[in-house]
Design a protein around this ligand. Sequence first.
Ligand code: DGL
Length: 283
Amino acid sequence: MAIGVFDSGVGGLSIHRALVDRMPQADFIYLGDQKHAPYGERSGEEIVELTRQGCETLFEAGASLVVLACNTASAVALRRLQSSWLAGYRQTAGRAVNVLGIIVPTIEAATGLPWEHEAERRGPKVENVDVLGIFCTTATARSRVYEIEIDKRRQDLAVFSEPCIGLAGMIEAGESEDKLKAVVESRVQALKTRIGRYPDRAILGCTHYEIIGDLFKAALPEGTPLIHQPSSVADALERYVARHPDYQIGTSGLRRFLTTGEPGPQSRIVEAFWGAPVTFEAV
Ligand code: DGL
């Protein structure tokens, strides 16, 4: 058995890297649904169905746990799959399987509070003192998941999601750094205009953006803290696996990279991020 890591494409490699570094002995199977990437401009129904298919492929390949290394799938599909599909699939599979998202650990890192902690609303709403910018896909921004869940926990934190239309697709296509830089700078400026100033902190709320994290750092004022989603997810998964030994995750250090798209080596930006060539096999 293994840990499955799912994304629409190469973005989930940013989460995968942190998980592999944290649990080097565990077996990992990565799946990029590159045939259907990017997800960010798709409808909710499509995202739910594609995510379900991705989970099923990973379970069939031997995963016991699937991490949705994709904010879009976590925001739009996770609850639906947990409530309407997973229990039935478990019965058919006859073994312990589960699907985990990446937004809960990210919100815990952003708020500094455990998920269970919802602030009591007493009296008038406090003034927002800290502004958090979230760079994400259109579907994640439309879900308002970060705004809603953070507001339940920290009323002194104002959240602004900035959809970066087309950016994940450009990263997927291995576009030149100049073109990526221009889009990143325009989204940072758009967010600044909307807030009236730069955010105090930011989250790269699309796993593809972590691959070009340096371009976001350069476009934001120097020293703007970025909440690092991959390490927050690795912390949470490590705790989860320790609490749930019934999910077997293997011990042989297996690494497989699957794609629903064209098999073969990935782009230079992906290689630069990963630190070595990454070759996907056809699923
Ligand atoms: N990497 C994904 C995310 O975190 C999806 C990007 C996309 O396919 O549009 O949102």
